[in-house]
Design a protein around this ligand. Structure first.
Ligand code: DGL
Length: 247
């Protein structure tokens, strides 16, 4: 079983790629809606929450964990020291931009926690340059969870109008690809980058390397667990279906 982990609907934008790359696997998605949002929390608080959720996925029998949350991914080095299981973590697609067109002005959108994190700074020193504009988006993940079109539009208008001519945008939070259409209203010329495909390919590489890939044909299976104790499985499967069609 592959453990997939996020604070909410962001899991969908990674899961959709994992399903494409790994046709014979079983997936267990832990959605930590009890503690969402992550992006505005303190390090010590997040550290405890994330460690506990990884423990849960290990206890449930996962063979690998995919952190489908850029904010939680900033803890991956510590998590790899704490746990023996392979852990793959998404990161903002700065390298994709570097490989594609590093001389074009690029806007990077992510949660406040991700932008100020050590892990993001290291990634940025490695592949970033002065063409990048880093923009933290407080509460945007929550607005996406609640999805009120008018409220979201007002937020995006204020945030993005100064960048309306930008041609490259990194979606550095897994929730953001869910509102690609709404983002393009304010960033009409932008090519949008996200790390969903990259992290899925990396997951496949690790599974192969560790001899853990399921190669025998079998039906894909997805189960969700929600930390607030309620069951939103149908809602999430529906969101997954909608997202798969648009990407
Ligand atoms: N989806 C998450 C991310 O990629 C977290 C959003 C949140 O809970 O603030 O950062």
């Amino acid at each position: 079983m592959i453990g997939v982990y996020d604070s909410g609907f962001g899991a969908i934008t990674v899961l959709s790629h994992l399903l494409k790359e790994l046709p014979n696997e079983e997936f267990l998605c832990l959605i930590d809606n009890k503690n969402a949002p992550y992006g505005e929390k303190e390090k010590e608080v997040l550290d405890k929450i994330i460690t506990k959720n990884i423990e849960t996925l290990i206890d449930k029998g996962c063979k690998i964990i995919v952190i489908a949350c850029n904010t939680a991914s900033t803890f991956v080095s510590d998590l790899r020291k704490k746990f023996d299981i392979p852990i793959v973590a998404i990161e903002p697609a700065i390298k994709m931009v570097y490989d594609n067109d590093k001389d074009e002005r690029t806007l990077v959108l992510a949660t406040p926690y991700t932008i100020q994190s050590e892990k993001f700074k290291n990634l940025f020193y490695q592949y970033g340059n002065d063409k990048f504009i880093l923009l933290s988006c407080p509460n945007l993940a929550t607005l996406i969870e609640e999805y009120d079109y008018e409220k979201l539009r007002t937020y995006l208008k204020e945030l993005l109008t100064p960048y309306k001519d930008i041609k490259q945008v990194v979606l550095g939070c897994t929730h953001y690809p869910l509102i690609k259409k709404e983002l393009q209203e304010f960033l009409p010329q932008a090519l949008l980058y996200d790390g969903g495909k990259g992290v899925s390919l990396q997951t496949k590489r690790v599974l192969v390397e560790k001899g853990l890939l399921h190669t025998k044909k079998r039906k894909q299976h997805i189960t969700f667990i929600f930390t607030n104790g309620k069951n939103y499985q149908e809602k999430f499967l529906q969101a997954l279906d909608t997202y798969k069609k648009q990407c």
